[in-house]
Design a binder for this molecule. Structure first.
Ligand SMILES: Nc1ncnc2c1ncn2[C@@H]1O[C@H](COP(=O)(O)OP(=O)(O)OP(=O)(O)O)[C@@H](O)[C@H]1O
Length: 840
């Protein structure tokens, strides 16, 4: 059996030097001399690699070995009778079982040898007996017998070429006994038999331990899976709850903010309105008051001035009257005095005349004169009384004026009281204004209260924000945990996963192959194909070809369903892993349909990445993405996003630096949104069409690689990550006979074979573990391009595409065998691409 993967072209790939010691279980590997630790470590490796591969767990290697051990038990019974077939039986036991079986087989062989020895010994003893009877004890015969007995014990390369015979089960070395010492030799054989049985018991114990370990590992795997699903469900529930809370919180915040704003605005409006009204009222009142006071003051002043003037006039009139009366009185007095004097003079004259004349008459005359004086006196006195009465009237008038003045003064007083009343009014108004001011103050305090409550609400909002922040931090922690768990789950599932997809038969296609999907309703991991095989005798019989992969998709499965299965792997690229997804299969098996059709893996992967990255922004992650699309044709790289005129002309170099791959002179398009992807796909398909005119069916004869580079930074935690997603549509894997191809076709064929077998070699070498120092990435452009995305630091998925046609059965079987080998490779645990974090 060869240790290399089968060459996609049907022939086997050259065996990589390390593959004999790789972790792929090799049925013919010499395991008889493996120690317990080695066995345990193998079991450990098997357990680790088969966790997450229930198919593998169905018949784990040790169990298979145990199962096969049951067979030697029956063989043991036969071997005692059929002593001529011991080596053959042992070989078959070894080839079917592991190290335990090797030991068992050894014991079977030993028993067989013992039986043979016994036979020989018995025939020798009978012959000795016969010789003794004849009296001839011939040592020669003894020699011959010994030689005969030693023949079956000697390892013969033709009889027993298996490596376990090189190191047989050790039994105690015993002194050689003479051929005639049958009893002694029988005792030795029994001793050997006992030792072998002891070893067999040991081996059984080891086998039981191994079984226990397998059961233990299975339990761990089941627990891990349950735990993981619980955690995932919890995480989903938490996330949903958190999203709901966040939405509610945001809605509440928005409502509160709107409410608070409305209230504040209404309050401010009301306050402003009240203030304005109060101010207007106060102003009006003050203005009215002032004008009234001014009016009254001017009126009073005017009236006072009038009164004063009237009073002054009256005073002047009084003084004038007084003066006139005094003058009149004085003139009357002087006139009266003059009249009196004149009269007196005249009288004197007359008297003297009269004295002279009639002294006698004087007395009579004296009386008349006296009477006249009395009359004059009374006239004078009447006139005086008259003047006095006039004075009295004047005085009364004066008093009247005085009264008027008093009235005016009273009026003035009234005016003053009115003014004071007005002042009181003004004071009242002031108090009203003060009350209004108080009201304004109370309103202001109300506003302050409202402000306080708003501040309180703001505090609540702040608290809610803090809670939200805490929730976000929790969410971020959970996101980190999710990433870890997600990647742990994927690691448990194995780093190379193989999915098989059978496309539906197209309308024009006839004669479908018989293909069964035995467990589609359950795990969907199995596929069974049936082919007609001719036996050596020329009899035709149906042969079953069962295969088990990580997932099998029947023709009814659409691209969406398939993407669901790989979406977790795509997510890993966002988490900072290098991911490689291949589509492998013969031409027309559905590779391009699966990878690049409208709802194919490439557009859906990019869509998911955009969706997931935008969801991650709220957890602080910001991603930049750029895409390149290249074609590997005839071991040359072509830029599918560049100018079509550069195809097959421009030389693109591949450079690897610290785990990063760059392509010189290759177009890289920054992807800002899923719409950009349409442009990328359009350009790539245009260039492929142009290329197709250069070489017929070129799409089947070239590998196309879509490279999406993702760089993420968490602005909150300072984490950084870089991942690459490679989506590869491989060239058709069908066998192409070199002899039929010539010229360009031959070159194409050689290059396809070279790159596909290089891919197989790289995967084989990766499965060789630490002992393999060299991984032959440089053997082809394709493997060199994908160097950083194939191997320990990456996660790989291979789609093996299957055509449903009977005509393609042979190619299909070859593809499935290749895929089976790939699925058995364990390339170790993927590690995140290391990027220095900005946080300390
Ligand atoms: N799952 C599917 N459902 C419907 N039609 C499919 C499916 N898979 C493939 N086809 C059809 O089968 C045909 C061949 O498929 P496709 O071109 O994808 O094969 P391919 O392996 O990429 O071939 P090539 O190597 O020539 O590129 C196409 O017409 C495609 O539309």
């Amino acid at each position: 059996m060869q240790s290399s993967l089968p060459r996609p072209g049907g022939s086997r790939l050259p065996a990589p030097p390390s593959l004999s010691s790789s972790s792929i279980p090799q049925p013919h590997q010499p395991l008889g001399d493996l120690g317990e630790s080695t066995i345990n470590s193998r079991i450990g490796t098997l357990g680790a690699s088969t966790i997450g591969k229930p198919s593998a767990l169905k018949t784990p290697a040790p169990t298979r070995a145990i199962a096969s051990l049951k067979r030697p038990a029956s063989t043991l019974e036969h071997s005692e009778t059929a002593s001529d077939r011991p080596a053959q039986v042992a070989r078959s036991a070894i080839s079917q079982a592991g190290p335990t079986a090797a030991i068992k087989a050894n014991s079977v062989k030993m028993l067989a040898k013992s039986a043979a020895n016994m036979k020989t010994g018995l025939s020798a003893s009978s012959r000795i007996g016969a010789a003794a009877k004849g009296g001839l004890a011939r040592p020669q015969t003894g020699m011959n017998l010994r030689q005969k007995q030693e023949v079956p014990a000697a390892p013969s390369p033709t009889e027993d070429p298996s490596p376990e015979d090189e190191k047989p089960v050790a039994t105690k070395k015993r002194p050689q006994r003479a051929g005639w010492d049958v009893k002694g030799r029988l005792a030795d054989l029994e001793e050997d038999h006992r030792e072998i049985m002891e070893k067999l018991a040991d081996t059984n114990q080891q086998k039981d331990m191994s079984s226990m370990k397998v059961i233990e590992l299975e339990t761990i795997r089941a627990t891990l899976e349950t735990k993981n699903s619980h955690l995932q469900a919890e995480l989903n529930r938490d996330q949903a709850e958190l999203n709901k809370c966040r939405m509610e919180l945001l809605e509440e915040q928005r409502l509160r903010r709107v409410e608070a704003d409305d209230a504040r605005r209404q309050l401010l409006n009301e306050t402003d309105e009240l203030r304005r009204k109060a101010r207007d009222e106060v102003d009006n009142l003050e203005r009215k008051n002032k004008s009234e006071v001014n009016d009254l003051t001017t009126k009073h002043k005017f009236e006072l001035d009038n009164l004063r003037m009237a009073f002054d006039k009256l005073k002047m009139e009084e003084a004038e009257n007084k003066r006139r009366h005094a003058e009149e009185l004085a003139s009357l007095k002087s006139a009266a005095a003059r009249d009196l004097e004149d009269a007196q003079q005249r009288n004197k004259n007359e008297i003297s005349d009269l004295r002279n004349r009639n002294e006698l008459e004087t007395s009579t005359m004296k009386n008349s004169y006296q009477t006249e004086i009395a009359t004059l006196k009374s006239t004078y006195e009447t006139e005086l009384a008259k003047i006095k009465a006039e004075l009295k009237v004047e005085t009364a008038a004066h008093n009247e004026t005085k009264d008027e003045l008093a009235i005016a003064q009273k009026m003035n007083k009234d005016m003053r009281s009115t003014i004071s009343e007005q002042s009181v009014n003004s004071l009242n108004m002031e108090s009203t204004a003060r009350a209004l001011r108080d009201k304004i103050c109370s309103l202001e305090s109300l506003i302050a209260d409202r402000d306080n409550s708003i501040r309180l609400r703001d505090g609540n909002v702040h608290e809610m924000r803090q809670n939200l922040e805490i929730a976000m931090t929790k969410l971020r922690t959970e996101e980190t945990l999710r990433r870890k768990l997600h990647n742990q789950v994927l690691e448990l599932k194995g780093n190379i996963r193989v999915f098989c997809r059978v496309r539906p038969a197209l309308e024009a296609e006839a004669e479908p192959a018989k293909i069964d999907f035995p467990d589609q309703e359950e795990e969907a991991k199995d596929i069974k194909l049936y082919s007609m095989e001719k036996s050596t005798l020329g009899v035709e019989a149906i042969k079953e070809h069962p295969f088990t992969f990580d997932k099998v998709f029947n023709p009814m499965c659409d691209n969406n369903l398939i993407f669901e299965e790989i979406s977790q792997l795509v997510q890993s690229a966002l988490d900072g892993y290098n991911v490689c997804i291949f589509a492998y299969g013969q031409t027309g098996s559905g590779k391009t349909y699966t990878m690049t059709s409208k709802d194919g893996m490439i557009p859906q992967a990019v869509d998911q990445i955009f969706r997931a990255s935008s969801q991650l922004t709220e957890k602080g992650w910001a991603y930049t993405m750029e895409g390149s699309f290249v074609e590997v044709y005839n071991e040359n790289l072509n830029d599918l996003l560049g100018k079509d005129t550069d195809l097959d002309k421009k030389k693109i170099e591949i450079r690897h630096d610290k785990g990063r791959t760059t392509l010189t002179e290759c177009t890289t398009i920054p992807l800002d949104g899923p719409d950009m992807m349409e442009e990328v796909m359009r350009r790539a398909s245009n260039n492929r069409m142009v290329a197709a005119t250069k070489a017929n069916e070129r799409s089947s004869r070239s590998h196309s690689v879509f490279i999406l580079k993702l760089a993420g930074t968490n602005t909150i935690t300072g984490e950084k990550c870089e991942g690459t997603l490679n989506l590869v549509d491989l060239a058709g894997s069908e066998r192409l006979s070199h002899s039929q191809a010539t010229g360009d076709r031959l070159k194409e064929t050689q290059n396809i074979n070279k790159s596909l077998s290089a891919l197989g070699d790289v995967i084989s070498a990766l499965g060789g573990g630490k002992e393999v120092k060299h991984i032959p990435y440089r053997n082809s452009k394709l493997t060199f391009l994908l160097q950083n995305s194939l191997g320990g630091n990456s996660k790989t998925l291979m789609f093996v595409m299957v055509s449903p046609l009977q005509a393609h059965m042979n190619e299909t079987l070859t593809s499935l065998k290749f895929a089976k080998k790939v699925s058995q490779v364990n390339i170790g645990t993927a590690k995140k691409v290391k990027v220095e974090s900005t946080s300390s």
